[in-house]
Design a protein around this ligand. Structure first.
Ligand code: FE2
Length: 347
């Protein structure tokens, strides 16, 4: 197995490749370095078989969707990842095959709802969940320090002690650690109860990454042009979130709310299906298609997408344009399906 860290900086990207088949996977590629990655793959005669983002990054533009588009490779993320560009979704226990290599997916939420770790042979890539002498922040939207505690103590810390840990970030110049070392000495979590960890994380005043919305929105939506003026964090936080059951109840009302599904057409007709009567207006087309919603300003509107992130953006946009009663389907069609509510598979 070939395994290299490619950035040698605070944001880490890993190249993992099968020596026999020369097939490679890039884990957490940074957009600014795409040219370098492609040159390196060519130099080592490696074919890019897959790109994996361990989660939706908030602190740097991801290169994953660009690499997927340019090289037609697979883009693999957790099933709750919001981007429409993922070509394969994985969940806990799934195996990602790259040539003769097998990477086992561990669902390790907490930093974000779509965080995964990747376990292969004697090493584990932990994204921003478990860091070297630290853990990832859990205060972003969808973050949950209790879930993070469970993921680290029940999944990562139960791996063999000599398993090498490669995180997605390190701010002190370190490159790796081991499960055993973190289990014993990690100052955030070693020896702490779940409640002690939650209290500790709540007490830390993490600064917001600079330009967080400018980075996060393209990573979440794959829209990276001026077509949309994205809402700010305050506007996003003001969107009223409705659980799937609440939406289902509203659908029985008269008049029923207007359902706007902002995914791409292939997702609308894809594995998760769509809610009967929902109108497909992909997020990137929403500003140009506002005329279709004329006279709906006072109607109740519910925005829908895959995991509830893109649709929160859509709901905030509509609210900003004067629509008075816009809500969001929390957890999107992923949670709608988890609750086994009715879907249509084709339009
Ligand atoms: Fe992160």
């Amino acid at each position: 197995m070939i395994c290299k860290e490619l950035n040698h900086s605070q944001c880490k990207t890993y190249l993992v490749a099968c020596e026999d088949t020369r097939r490679a996977v890039l884990i957490d590629p940074v957009r600014a370095n795409i040219d370098r990655y492609l040159a390196l793959l060519a130099y080592h005669a490696l074919a890019l078989d897959a790109v994996i983002d361990t989660h939706t990054h908030a602190d740097h533009p991801s290169g994953a969707s660009w690499l997927q588009e340019w090289t037609d490779t697979r883009l693999i993320m957790h099933t709750r990842a919001p981007t429409p560009k993922a070509t394969e979704h994985v969940d806990d226990g799934d195996i990602v095959k790259v040539g003769g290599l097998e990477l086992r997916v561990l669902y390790t939420p907490g930093h974000t709802p779509d965080s995964i770790s990747l376990y292969i042979k004697d090493r584990v890539f932990t994204g921003d969940v478990l860091l070297i002498g630290g853990t990832g922040r859990a205060d972003f939207a969808g973050g949950d320090s209790g879930e993070q505690y469970d993921a680290i103590t029940e999944k990562l810390f139960t791996l063999p002690g000599d398993t090498v840990v490669y995180p997605a970030h390190d701010y002190r110049g370190n490159s790796f650690t081991t499960v055993g070392k973190e289990r014993q000495t990690n100052p955030r979590i070693a020896g702490k109860s779940r409640q002690e960890y939650i209290d500790l994380m709540a007490s830390i005043d993490f600064p917001l990454p600079s330009k967080i919305q400018e980075v996060l929105q393209p990573n979440q939506t794959a829209i990276d042009d001026d077509a949309i003026k994205f809402p700010n964090l305050v506007q996003l936080n003001e969107v009223r979130q409705l659980a799937p059951q609440e939406v289902q109840l509203k659908l029985m009302g008269d008049p029923a709310p207007v359902l706007i599904d902002v995914r791409e057409p292939d997702e609308y007709n894809g594995e998760l299906g769509h809610i009967e009567g929902s109108r497909l207006i992909p997020l990137k087309e929403l500003p140009a298609r506002m005329k279709e919603l004329d006279n709906q300003q006072d109607r109740e509107i519910i925005a829908i997408c895959r995991s509830g992130v893109r649709s929160t953006t859509a709901a905030a946009l509509l609210t900003g344009l004067g629509f008075a009663h816009v809500h969001n389907l929390k957890g999107g069609m992923v949670d709608w399906n988890v609750h086994r509510l009715p879907v249509q598979r084709r339009s």
